[in-house]
Write a protein that binds this ligand. Structure first.
Ligand SMILES: NC(=O)c1ccc[n+]([C@@H]2O[C@H](COP(=O)([O-])OP(=O)(O)OC[C@H]3O[C@@H](n4cnc5c(N)ncnc54)[C@H](O)[C@@H]3O)[C@@H](O)[C@H]2O)c1
Length: 244
């Protein structure tokens, strides 16, 4: 496992929810952070909080549905910090719409954030990670990455696409010590996305996303000899990492 203190994480969807929990955990581990999100106020508040606690972080405002903005954000992160030890693509948008309701523009927006951005970000860090001797790429997936759900006409195929991209890049990354994995929360989490989509019954059982952070810390230090090409469960992995 690689040393994390002083290494760098690029993290998308950092402004709230699971992403903010990962950012706080990474800052505690001493990782330098490039934090990408489309919500300016929340992103800058988080960056102020992390800096006040001593973290080195760079908030980058970008709409990840736009290829140019995505490329500019990752280029700025690379210019500031060089190759990341870990790239976590966590940003996603889920707007439940049936096939009758959804437009091509809606479909493209959700799939671009989830899948196109996964490609652009991974492509941008690939060569720098090779030059650095390796790294870890993580896509935050979902049950929708392996199953169909009604009204997820865009989210579901995009999450399936991330699973496919992970499988290919894990094979290609093996030679360069770039571990590529997906991870699903594995438990209902209390986040703004959940608040918008869960039933009242599901909200009774939701947990603080900070409880999933240990899995992401583990993934940040990963080498291909430990794990690559896997679809992981953040809740199970985090519990297995708890000290006995
Ligand atoms: N909440 C759940 O129950 C659940 C279940 C399975 C998987 N997931 C996955 O976990 C991850 C985190 O989910 P969450 O619940 O914290 O979601 P959330 O909606 O609370 O947070 C997502 C973050 O992504 C950002 N984002 C959205 N569109 C963006 C864009 N165009 N450009 C840049 N940033 C953008 C948002 O601003 C937000 O900060 C997502 O990948 C989601 O698909 C969540």
């Amino acid at each position: 496992m690689a040393e994390l203190r002083g290494a760098t994480a690029f993290l998308t969807g950092a402004a709230q929810g699971l992403g903010a929990a990962i950012a706080r955990a990474y800052a505690r581990e001493g990782l330098r952070l490039a934090l990408v999100d489309v919500q300016a106020d929340k992103l800058h508040r988080l960056a102020d909080e992390l800096r006040a606690a001593g973290a080195d972080c760079l908030p980058l405002l970008a709409d990840l549905s736009d290829a140019g903005e995505t490329q500019r954000a990752v280029d700025a992160a690379l210019a500031q910090y060089g190759a990341p030890r870990v790239l976590v693509h966590n940003a996603a948008l889920l707007i439940q719409r049936s096939m009758l309701e959804i437009t091509l523009a809606d479909w493209q927006k959700e799939t671009n954030i989830i899948l196109q951005a996964a490609f652009i970000l991974s492509k941008a860090v690939w060569q720098p990670m090779i030059a650095a001797g390796g790294g870890s790429i993580v896509y935050v997936s979902s049950g929708s990455g392996i199953k169909g759900f009604v009204q997820e006409v865009a989210y579901c195929p995009a999450k399936h696409g991330q699973e496919g991209l992970m499988k290919v890049l894990a094979l290609e990354g093996e030679a360069f010590n770039i571990a590529v994995n997906t991870i699903t929360p594995g438990a209902p989490i209390n986040t703004p996305m959940s608040a918008a989509n869960y039933t009242e019954e599901q909200k009774q059982a939701w947990i603080d996303p900070a409880l999933l952070a240990p899995a992401f810390v583990y993934l940040a230090g990963l080498d291909t000899s430990s794990m690559t090409g896997q679809r992981l469960n953040a809740w199970e992995l985090s519990r297995s990492l708890r000290p006995a």
